[in-house]
Design a protein around this ligand. Structure first.
Ligand code: T5A
Length: 209
């Protein structure tokens, strides 16, 4: 049996990640490719507890926050992502390692090598096959999140912080062009969906046949 493919969506608040993750799974389903949509933080009972904890009360120490995200990820990879890939299911995760690199790395200045080392312990060898980075101006993303409902404490941060985070995702897209595809998230929903599908077709569907 062929192993499933691992796709992640990344980007700032309100970029459209959750919406596009669901649409992509539906498209794959129409080709009879089994696909599981999951999210971070979350995806497991432990991960959902960590999500509730982190989004409610920000830990005082940035390292505490980093380790909580990483702990939730370890559980997610071991109990959900890896088993699904092993049985041939494609996994689509709404946020993954790049959110940690950007939010904890860029915002707090935690050492990139420390974060990469934690990735090696928790994720390797199951790095994403493809990462779709949805990019749009921070003000537009925060406005979408605001319209959708209550802002989490992350959404509610200053606009300059969101712009700095956006730069972080753009840097990753430039540094890892073989894994990452940058998509204009400010386009209408259907245009973003088309761009996502083109990227998945070009990078993964040809080799999966
Ligand atoms: N975090 C996470 C870390 O700090 N470190 C980590 O390691 C990880 C994994 C999680 C928070 O945790 C932080 C980052 C986050 O701040 P979250 O709720 O999972 O929070 O993440 P958000 O990005 O805040 O989730 P959102 O739901 O706000 O954003 P999405 O998923 O990108 O956007 P989506 O699809 O829900 O769409 C938002 C709204 O916009 C509309 C949708 O209909 C919806 O109403 N929309 C569009 N409207 C017009 N045109 C388009 N193209 C649209 N696309 C979507």
């Amino acid at each position: 049996m062929q192993r499933g493919k691992f796709i992640t969506f990344e980007g700032g608040e309100g970029a459209g990640k959750s919406t596009q993750a669901k649409r992509l799974a539906e498209r794959l389903g129409r080709l009879n490719i089994p696909a599981l949509v999951t999210r971070e933080p979350g995806g497991t009972p432990v991960g959902e507890d960590v999500r509730a904890l982190i989004l409610k009360d920000r830990p005082t120490d940035p390292v505490t926050e980093l380790l909580l995200f990483v702990a939730a990820r370890a559980e997610h990879v071991t109990s959900v992502i890896r088993p699904a890939l092993d049985e041939g299911t494609w996994v689509i995760s709404d946020r993954f390692i790049d959110s940690t690199r950007v939010y904890q790395g860029k915002r707090y200045g935690l050492e990139p090598e420390f974060i990469r080392q934690l990735e090696r312990y928790t994720v390797a060898p199951d790095y994403p096959d493809l990462t779709l980075i949805l990019d749009l101006p921070a003000s537009a993303g925060v406005e979408r999140a605001r319209q959708r409902g209550a802002l989490s404490r992350y959404d509610a941060e200053r606009l300059e912080t969101h712009e700095r985070l956006r730069e972080g995702f753009l840097e990753i897209a430039t540094e890892e062009p073989e894994r990452c595809v940058l998509i204009d998230g400010s386009l209408p929903l259907s245009s973003v969906e088309t761009a996502v599908w083109q990227a998945v077709s070009a990078h993964l569907l040809a080799e999966a046949k």
